[in-house]
Design a protein around this ligand. Structure first.
Ligand SMILES: O=C[C@H](O)COP(=O)(O)O
Length: 222
């Protein structure tokens, strides 16, 4: 299972990488714009922090296949290495994914149906990114969509991996992991929520209290 951070915030990336077993960073134009910085300069700084062993997913803006391909090549030239170009699953995006196959790795994004994922996988996308919470918000079932995509990829034996995205609670993350999603990308708040449980904190406090009742402030290692 791959765990990625869905952020372009330098502080959040540094802290998450220090704390958790992070495999890479995903961004999109909204996430990038929030940082109010030069696009390439920001991506280069992220690359410096995560290195080349962790993957970086960066999204294009254009909506015409030729221009998407040009943007993908430009980002690849500037950032390079362990890079995945995120391309929305509009028809021109699918065409661009086909054009880039074998040259630049791609992540088909803004996926809302198993059918979109299937076409993207057949076109050669390395990842498909279904948006779980945005589906739940329109009374659809995000976890079910992820589950169906995983099944279809297995039925047809595609090399494509599912990177489930857009989470607002840990239950959604648990659901897509149980459904066999190969990867999840979560924001800074969600990664901290994943590990939080009040009973864990309570238990730790209790251990310390019991220790101090007998040993006072004596440490295990003096
Ligand atoms: O790139 C896609 C994002 O992961 C979507 O997440 P969001 O619904 O929280 O904006």
């Amino acid at each position: 299972m791959l765990l990625l951070m869905d952020t372009a915030n330098i502080k959040e990336i540094k802290q998450s990488i220090e704390m958790y077993p992070i495999d890479g960073v995903t961004t999109n134009p909204s996430i990038i714009a929030k940082e109010k910085r030069d696009f390439i300069e920001l991506l280069k700084e992220i690359r410096d922090i995560i290195g080349y062993d962790k993957m970086l997913h960066v999204q294009v803006i254009s909506q015409k296949a030729d221009e998407i391909v040009e943007e993908a090549k430009y980002i690849n030239k500037e950032i390079g290495g362990n890079l995945y170009i995120k391309i929305p699953v509009i028809p021109e995006g699918i065409k661009a994914i086909k054009m880039l196959k074998g040259e630049i790795k791609t992540t088909a994004t803004a996926v809302f149906t198993p059918q979109q994922a299937l076409i993207a996988a057949k076109s050669g996308a390395d990842f498909v990114a279904p948006y779980v919470n945005r589906l739940d918000n329109i009374s659809a079932n995000g976890i079910k969509v992820v589950s169906d995509i995983v099944k279809l990829i297995n039925i047809y034996n595609f090399n494509t991996k599912v990177i489930a995205a857009s989470f607002k609670n840990v239950e959604q993350i648990y659901g897509v992991c149980m459904a066999g999603a190969h990867a999840i990308t979560v924001n800074y708040d969600m990664i901290n929520q994943l590990i939080f449980h009040p009973m864990t904190d309570w238990s730790v406090l209790q251990f310390v209290k019991d220790w101090e009742n007998f040993y006072g402030n004596k440490k295990i290692r003096t």
